[in-house]
Design a protein around this ligand. Structure first.
Ligand code: SF4
Ligand code: SF4
Length: 385
């Protein structure tokens, strides 16, 4: 095996010989553009102009208006090149907004000092957590997908970009408690907008230093394995990253660079063991898309990786539920015992409890206090959640 591959990820997920990097064409959102099996109906349209207001709480005109406003900047910046090139930056294409840097590199301070400064910069640009890893190219997409033309060329990322700076953008807890609703989609939209700002500003900073940098959100490479390798969290049964500081209620972005950096070490805080006794996401998922059983190497369909042993969400079932609701869902985030208000000391202690031999006590407390219950979206508008 190539020694540039992460031994931690190889062991954590038992990556098999038949593992292949993922073709972005098979992402469920991209499939909805070419695969008749995946019918998006009004899902995308609801982001442009909500035609599907409902009377139910959390799905009315005010709720869609706020959610769509939260996506405005991300959509506007990301789709600037769509008409001419078919690019959707941040989702199928990395950002190209940067001004060129100088010919001369900034003084070399050494990898450790660079890392300290990069983390300071990322935090001032809005990251809640920052981690560094070597770029494990198994998790780059194998092929790019053009949503306008359907073209599916091989993705080219220079070998010189050896590092990934992984950025964690926490989402709003009070809104996430109202999942699922059009209103709660606002926290997703805000999370993407903050990811865009943080990743592009950090990439511009590195460019200004005379190095190469690519700012990326969901495009180019899978975020979760890179975040795990960068020491930012663990993988949960619901297929999401669980961070020690914000649980699963985060968005992830990254900057790929050739600036010499010092990688962080992956860390474990007991998530895998807790997921073995919990299963709240699996039992609460209305689409039955989250596995209740042990991790498997065989994916449920082509929208997930082959040859990597893990809990895999059935993206077809999940997306069908989103389409039916005309917004994203994320019940699996709300019910997760790691989804907490981490500004409260007792919730921070709860996370430590979940990672200890007393994990069953944590699960019991979660139920007793109904921490995973959905909050009334109308109360959010009144400032009462
Ligand atoms: S987002 Fe909703 S439908 Fe999809 S896996 Fe999570 S709980 Fe299930
Ligand atoms: S809800 Fe429970 S089983 Fe699911 S990811 Fe969270 S901790 Fe793990």
């Amino acid at each position: 095996m190539d020694n540039k591959w992460s031994s931690h990820l190889s062991a954590e997920f038992e990556i098999k010989e038949d593992f292949q990097p993922f073709n972005q064409k098979n992402d469920i959102f991209n499939r909805s553009l070419w695969d008749s099996k995946i019918n998006p109906k009004l899902f995308f349209a609801s982001y442009d102009l909500a035609k599907t207001f409902k009377k139910s709480k959390g799905f009315d005109h005010w709720d869609y208006a706020l959610r769509n406003a939260s996506w405005h900047l991300t959509d506007h910046v990301g789709e600037v090149g769509f008409d001419t090139k078919g690019t959707v930056e941040g989702f199928t294409d990395y950002y190209t907004t940067h001004r060129p840097g100088p010919d001369q590199k900034a003084p070399d301070l050494g990898a450790l000092a660079h890392t300290t400064r990069i983390k300071q910069a990322a935090k001032i640009f809005g990251a809640g957590m920052v981690g560094i890893c070597r770029l494990d190219r198994r998790f780059l997409y194998s092929h790019h997908f053009n949503r306008k033309t359907g073209a599916n060329p091989v993705l080219q990322i220079p070998d010189s970009l050896q590092y990934a700076i992984v950025l964690i953008l926490p989402m709003d807890y009070s809104l996430s408690r109202t999942f699922p609703s059009a209103l709660s989609g606002t926290t997703t939209g805000v999370g993407y907008m903050q990811s865009l700002g943080c990743a592009t500003q950090l990439a511009q900073f590195i460019t200004n230093l005379g190095y190469e940098a690519i700012a990326s959100m969901n495009d180019t490479a899978l975020n979760i394995p890179l975040a795990i390798e960068a020491g930012l969290g663990e993988y949960g049964r619901h297929g999401l990253l669980i961070t020690p500081n914000y649980g699963p209620n985060v968005r992830i972005a990254k900057v790929l660079t050739d600036l010499p950096l010092s990688p962080d070490a992956p860390r474990s805080f007991g998530v895998k063991e807790f997921c073995q006794i919990c299963r709240k996401c699996a039992s609460s998922c209305p689409a039955r898309a989250i596995p209740d059983a042990e991790p498997q190497a065989e994916p449920p369909n082509i929208s997930s990786h082959k040859g990597i042993k893990k809990w895999t969400v059935n993206a077809e079932k999940c997306f069908r539920f989103w389409v039916g609701m005309n917004t994203d869902c994320a019940i699996c985030i709300r019910v997760c015992p790691y989804h907490k208000n981490y500004s409260k000391w007792y919730h921070r202690i709860g996370t430590k409890l979940a990672g200890s031999p007393f994990r069953k006590l944590m699960l019991w407390l979660h139920d007793v206090f109904s921490w995973g219950e959905r909050k009334d979206p109308v109360k959010w508008w009144q400032g009462r959640t």
